[in-house]
Design a binder for this molecule. Structure first.
Ligand SMILES: Cc1ncc(COP(=O)(O)O)c(C=O)c1O
Length: 484
């Protein structure tokens, strides 16, 4: 009797293919042959397999399969070589398979893979803290807990804030993204898709306005008046909806990520710090996407000089190995009960070893200097495109810092009340440009509910590759605008 799912044509054809190739279908442990994963299947067969067996809740930019990654480039199973301006959403900051990072992980694999953090310390964990201490935005951040994903780090930060302050409420920002687990989802306000239909969410969450011009029926400019209005709204929130005596923390990304790559103005961050100081509220800075050199400093919050009480980190920390962290002050974390924090895979030894190699590479390879230089190249190229008379009217805003940069296009369709709506603008410019870039050999992501694309190239990208990406983008925009 066949162990394959009945009537499953794909499974049958995969098995037939394996038999034709003289390989034996492994029908013991799993009801399907794993032959395709040994490299005999085509990209089309693999994607069809994925479409049938991978959870539909996962979406993707392209129906293809990664084969190899090297530096700024990815090779796909379809045979295409693609310039990666996504870095796996801000993760492979030192490029794919950085030799020193991969070697450090491989060496660690032969020494100790899983040193459970609730059983004993392991050296990579402690050595990583040693590397990170001098990189922190303030020396007061001296107490570390490593986890696996950014969402977990946010969950842990929320839990710590509640536990330390004995207060419940959290203030988050309009447009914020903090993850897809239940606590992180409750403080995410960038798109409804992340929590659509799964309420009730964690209670005690209040949303304050983030001073992004598009949220305010305004034009793309920074305005002190808007910043003051937003700070006033936070104060009003504390007097009308969530009393300071009930409010544990204000949580903010220093650059809205999934909300549109919008840097928080420094005066806004400083104002939040003052409000927190005044009311005994903790300030949690989420640097999961903006950290580790992405914006030209180790952490974006350094630009404002604001001291976080708790900071969450992940993504670029280990260049692709799953690792996140929550950093705070010893004086605060000493209030936690031993055993209240933990996790089976928390602070994995291989990921920590990779993160140590990342921190070393940052210094040895002068990564921050390259970010500054390539950022200038990127902005110069985008501003030149904006000066093109046929394109300029379609670009509303070019913004960002370092290599966390966005282009927002005009749109005819967001809302009838949106003053940035231009009835003559082409539809869906961001997703069409992203698709055209891919056709031309570059991955470029969109972001937010607005027509925005985001540039997240590797921090060590060469000038040649960066300019190639800029050229692909310019051609894609010109073509899509021309098509209307
Ligand atoms: C600012 C921020 N916080 C948290 C997260 C969640 O991280 P993860 O996807 O690793 O759970 C993300 C992910 O994009 C993020 O950008």
């Amino acid at each position: 009797m066949s162990l394959l799912p009945r009537g499953n044509k794909l499974s049958q054809s995969v098995v037939s293919a394996s038999l034709r190739n003289g390989t034996r279908a492994n029908v013991g442990a799993r009801p399907l042959s794993w032959t395709p994963l040994r490299g005999v299947a085509t990209a089309t067969e693999l994607t069809r397999f994925g479409q049938r067996y991978v959870n539909k809740g996962l979406s993707r930019l392209v129906e293809d399969v990664f084969d190899k990654g090297e530096g700024s480039w990815l090779t796909m199973k379809s045979g295409r070589r693609v310039l990666d301006f996504t870095c796996g959403i801000g993760v492979t900051n030192l490029g794919h398979c950085h030799p020193k990072v991969s070697k450090a992980a491989a060496d660690q694999c032969m020494a100790l893979v899983h040193g459970q953090c609730s059983v004993a310390y392991h050296e990579p964990y402690l050595n990583l803290i040693k590397r990170l201490l001098p990189m922190m935005p303030d020396p007061s951040l001296d107490s570390f807990f490593f986890w696996t994903s950014g969402s977990e780090a946010v969950e842990g930060a929320l839990k710590m804030a509640r536990s330390i302050t004995h207060k419940q409420n959290i203030i988050t920002m309009q447009g914020a993204y903090h993850g897809r687990t239940f606590g992180a989802m409750a403080v995410t306000k960038s798109k409804t898709i992340y929590s659509d239909g799964v309420a009730p969410l964690m209670p005690g969450v209040f949303t304050a306005p983030f001073p992004y011009w598009h949220h305010f029926s305004s034009s793309p400019s920074s305005s002190e008046e808007r910043i003051r209005a937003c700070l006033y709204q936070v104060e009003l929130l504390l007097s009308q909806q969530s009393a300071p005596s009930d409010t544990a923390a204000i949580l903010i990304e220093p650059v809205l990520g999934e909300g549109g790559y919008v840097p928080a103005p420094h005066t806004f961050l400083r104002g939040l710090r003052e409000i927190c100081n005044k009311h005994g509220i903790l300030l949690i800075i989420d640097e999961v996407q903006s950290g580790f050199g992405r914006t030209g400093k180790n952490f974006n919050i350094e630009y404002s000089g604001v001291k976080p009480d708790i900071m969450t980190i992940a993504k670029g920390l280990a260049n692709g190995f799953p690792l996140s962290g929550i950093v705070s002050r010893k004086e605060l974390t000493d209030k936690l009960k031993p055993g209240s924090m933990g996790g089976t895979y928390a602070g994995n030894a291989v990921s920590c070893a990779a993160a140590i190699a990342v921190a070393d590479a940052f210094k040895e390879e002068k990564i921050l200097e390259n970010v500054q230089a390539r950022s200038k190249d990127l902005f110069d190229s985008l501003h030149a495109l904006q000066r093109n008379a046929a394109i300029g009217p379609h670009i509303l805003d070019i913004r960002g810092q370092g290599l966390m940069v966005a282009v927002e296009f005009a749109s005819p369709s967001h809302s009838a009340y949106d003053p940035a709506v231009t009835t003559t603008a082409p539809e869906h410019l961001a997703s069409r440009v992203s698709k055209r870039c891919l056709e031309k050999g570059m991955f470029l992501l969109t972001t937010s509910v607005y027509e925005t694309v985001r540039f997240i190239p590797p921090l060590n990208i060469s000038q040649e590759d960066l300019l190639k990406g800029c050229q692909i983008f310019a051609e894609a925009v010109e073509e899509v605008v021309k098509e209307g």
